[in-house]
Write a protein of this length. Structure first.
Length: 235
């Protein structure tokens, strides 16, 4: 759902290069990558394993910093932010969904969704109310007290999506969110993300190596060997 015609993108990365050192060997994961992402987009970054997808997501999500290049988010040059400021900035503006769910096993679904709000200093009462609504939004109102080990893989990923949504972020990044799910649950999770994109206007960027999921997106960016080789608007 591309809703903005603004010339200023929500996120702009310009001439990004990311080099890692493995001993004395230099590994170039990204090569002069530039990408604009506008508010309301539902975008997939796809390509084979080792193409640089996760590295790109970490840079977009402000978890990692590029070796060279610029990252602008919501009009802010993120390079100018100090470590504590960038943590706060990321916590308020970006939600994350991971392929391994990253849920705390000893906490209930509701308590897992409350966590990012509590980190921000939201009161327990307000955090519980917002977590409850987020779980209702993803269809898990009957499973709020269940711990992750009592939930299916698809249900756990729904909890992770609720946790990402609960902070009302501008952007949700999902790195291979269906990698550990079967085909039926993979489609269900992508359709849920799409529904949240439509109903809440949240921008989604997710990675996948499964071309079957690309029929659900507005835009697909093909990454190969650290380079964007195709950027196609599909709807």
């Amino acid at each position: 759902m591309i809703t903005s015609n603004s010339t200023q993108p929500l996120l702009r990365i310009s001439d990004i290069h990311r080099r890692f050192m493995l001993g004395e060997t230099a590994i170039d994961a990204l090569h002069r990558v530039s990408l604009d992402i506008h508010s309301g987009e539902f975008l997939a970054v796809w390509g084979p394993s080792g193409s640089g997808k996760s590295t790109l997501m970490n840079i977009i999500g402000l978890i990692d910093t590029p070796t060279a290049g610029e990252v602008w988010f919501d009009g802010q040059d993120t390079h100018s932010l100090k470590d504590d400021s960038i943590t706060d900035f990321r916590g308020k503006k970006i939600g994350f969904v991971f392929q391994n769910f990253n849920l705390v096993p000893v906490l209930s679904a509701q308590e897992n969704v409350m966590l990012p709000l509590q980190i921000q200093g939201v009161t327990d009462t307000a955090a519980r109310d917002r977590a409850t609504q987020a779980l209702v939004d993803v269809g898990l109102d009957k499973f709020m007290t269940q711990r992750p080990d009592k939930l299916s893989g698809g249900q756990r990923q729904r909890v992770a999506i609720a946790r990402a949504l609960v902070v009302s972020p501008r952007l949700i990044i999902a790195d291979e969110p269906t990698a550990n799910l079967d085909s039926e649950n993979s489609t269900m999770i992508i359709e849920l993300m799409r529904q949240m994109n439509h109903s809440k206007g949240v921008t989604f960027v997710f990675t996948t190596h499964d071309p079957r999921l690309l029929e659900h997106v507005d835009r697909k960016v093909l990454l190969r060997d650290g380079l964007i080789v195709e950027d196609e608007v599909t709807q």
